[in-house]
Design a protein around this ligand. Structure first.
Ligand code: DI6
Ligand code: FE
Length: 397
């Protein structure tokens, strides 16, 4: 297939948006065979079946690199409580919060979890998303963590989408281990990781390093296990306070550290050294009425790549719109529209350890989004509007 009469935002880092006016993209066998100005198109591609985009914008398909899209139930009641004055931490300590989603997730069977996730995944696909990271972390026992990961993998069998799974056994202490986080890590989390890995269910290992969750020492034990199994790590770090999670993640060469509202310039420097991507999650900042913004300037100055994701979860970010995340990243954190688009394409791919997507470039997967807009800044600029015209997944419209 040959796309002609297109504006391309290749996001290849060569110039602003990697913008190409009057561009063409040749697609063969699910890959990008050629992309550039139509005037430079090699003759052999001119014979391909062509699709006239009438000037529409083509970007890499979007990548949501941080989601909890598989979960049971919802937390609308907690939303009300927080509006009545309770804080996120107070709700969590009162047995609500993550633990209430754990109860609902344990109750659901794998098919029910899948069906719930698909409704949210469909909303993401409708906005041009081709790759979704999905975490476990609401099962918190071996069987239920496996059930979540199997449901996550099954998403890719039911929809035209790629899934990368992260094992998040160290998300919260379940009620049966209340007050015994170390025992939970040793008796449940690490053995669950072993079993899930043996079943091929784990692409990365994640954790929640926070006062209401796990300490850096406890996370380090899980990361040591991941390292022994050869699995890359990432971490929810400095979301509600600074416990040193970003530094810990960097010391393990983590793919990403995520949230980072309470991170500082030293954390940014450590992340730059280890090539750890900063995943910015404005949906959680917004939902929790957070006032501390992630240190975007420090990430910029240190050359830390920034990704943007929905954090789609029932508690702190009940959001499926990656386009809205981009808008929030700009308006709330003053990221540029170009940084926001890089954050859901090239840098989101990095955050998942993927090198075959996230840009429009020869040999990469032909995962593309075609938008009814004139300029790529429009994608982050609009609020609650979806200008997707068509999505191309693995070369298929
Ligand atoms: N940080 C978050 O924002 C989510 N998990 C995490 O570690 C929230 C999960 C939830 O509230 O259910
Ligand atoms: Fe999260």
């Amino acid at each position: 297939m040959l796309l002609i009469n297109a504006t391309l935002a290749t996001m290849d880092g060569s110039s602003a948006y990697g913008l190409v006016e009057k561009g063409a993209v040749a697609i063969r066998a699910g890959r990008i065979a050629w992309a550039g100005p139509a005037s430079d198109l090699p003759g052999k591609f001119k014979l391909d079946e062509s699709l006239d985009l009438k000037g529409r914008l083509v970007t890499p398909a979007l990548i949501d690199c941080h989601t909890h899209v598989v979960h049971g139930g919802n937390r609308a009641r907690e939303f009300e409580m927080r509006l009545e004055g309770a804080s996120y931490e107070e709700v969590a300590r009162a047995g609500g919060g993550i633990v209430s989603t754990v109860a609902a997730t344990r109750k659901a069977n794998q098919d029910e979890l899948l069906a719930g996730a698909l409704t949210r995944v469909d909303a993401m696909i409708a906005e041009g998303v081709s790759t979704i990271e999905i975490k476990s972390g609401y099962g918190l026992d071996i069987e239920n963590e496996l059930k979540m990961l199997r449901a996550a993998k099954a998403v890719a069998e039911h929809r035209q989408v790629r899934v990368r799974t992260s094992f998040l056994g160290a998300h919260a202490v379940p009620p049966e281990y209340k007050g015994r986080p170390d025992a939970y890590i040793d008796e449940v989390c690490i053995p669950a990781l072993d079993v899930a890995h043996a079943e091929g269910l784990v692409d990365a290992v994640d954790g929640f390093c926070e006062g209401i969750a796990f300490s850096p020492e406890q996370i380090a034990r899980v990361f040591d296990k991941a390292k022994a199994l050869g699995i890359p790590v990432k971490l929810h770090a400095e979301q509600l306070s600074n416990l040193g999670g970003a530094q810990l993640a960097a010391s393990y060469g983590a793919l990403s550290a995520d949230h980072l509202e309470y991170a500082n310039a030293n954390d940014a420097a450590a992340m730059a050294k280890s090539g750890t991507v900063a995943v910015i999650l404005p949906g959680a900042f917004y939902t929790l009425h957070e006032t501390a913004a992630p240190p975007i300037d420090a990430f910029r100055q240190n050359g830390v790549a920034m990704a943007v994701a929905t954090d789609c979860n029932p508690g702190s970010s009940p959001m499926t719109s990656l386009l809205l995340s981009m808008n929030m990243a700009c308006t709330l954190f003053r990221m540029t529209p170009e940084e926001a688009l890089a954050g859901v394409t090239r840098n989101a791919a990095h955050a998942l350890g993927l090198d075959d997507c996230g840009m429009i470039k020869t040999d990469l997967r032909a995962d593309l989004a075609v938008w009814d807009v004139e300029h790529p800044a429009e994608l982050a600029y609009r609020i609650g509007f979806n200008p997707l015209w068509k999505r191309i997944f693995g070369g298929t419209l």
